[in-house]
Write a protein that binds this ligand. Sequence first.
Ligand code: ATP
Length: 239
Amino acid sequence: MEQRNEPILSVRDLSVSYGSIKALQGVSLELRRGEIVALIGPNGAGKTTVMETVLGVNTPDTGSVVFEGRDCTGLPVDKNVRNGMTLAPEGRGVFASMSVLDNLLLGAHHETKGADKKLGFVFDAFPVLGERKNQNAGTLSGGERQMLSIARALMSTPRIIMVDEPSMGLAPMVVNTIFKILVNLNKEGYAIFLAEQNVYKALKCAHRAYVLEAGRVVAQGRAEDLLNDPAIREAYLGA
Ligand code: ATP
């Protein structure tokens, strides 16, 4: 039985630059098994950069990323995906001119064995994708595209799913559906690292959260405590 308190991901003192732009400066954070952890903050705070650096898209200037006890700093993306981490980009990150089915199969490209079983699993979790499997992803609604992004990430059999801005551009009802899906996936055992600008929704569904501003962690704690924190309420919840 997996221990809930055991860290699955530890990020230590991570700094990342794009040329002269310092996108992250000394970011440290941790996810434990069984947790949903939110990374909240305004536009340009560096949320996507944290996730992409964990996945291996960016090389950090300093700092380390440890996944399931193994240092994976600087490992290439495909290696990290094979090792059990994945990223569901915001829904526009699906391949619009490819069918839903081909987008999903791409998510399992590193291990095609067992792909049929995984397809069965994601079509059970997202029946609408099964109904639309032969349709081009570009013809899906925003919410369906977001589901496809998450479903594609699941095809690689991850143990941690990083989800970048799943509520972006979606109607409130659709946002609720997406967040329910994330909570259900977490109940099934996936650790979820969630970047969001919809601070209220993110804090309602997460166990803990980190607040990122201008590339630095400026607050952290239990999601419930942050929801009641006057400074967070004033800055992010208009209260
Ligand atoms: P958003 O919610 O708007 O996506 P974010 O919190 O995810 O914002 P990032 O996308 O990580 O933030 O961006 C952090 C900073 O790094 C921003 O100032 C952004 O302009 C800059 N940045 C991101 N990617 C690049 C890049 N490829 N080249 C140059 N600067 C970049």
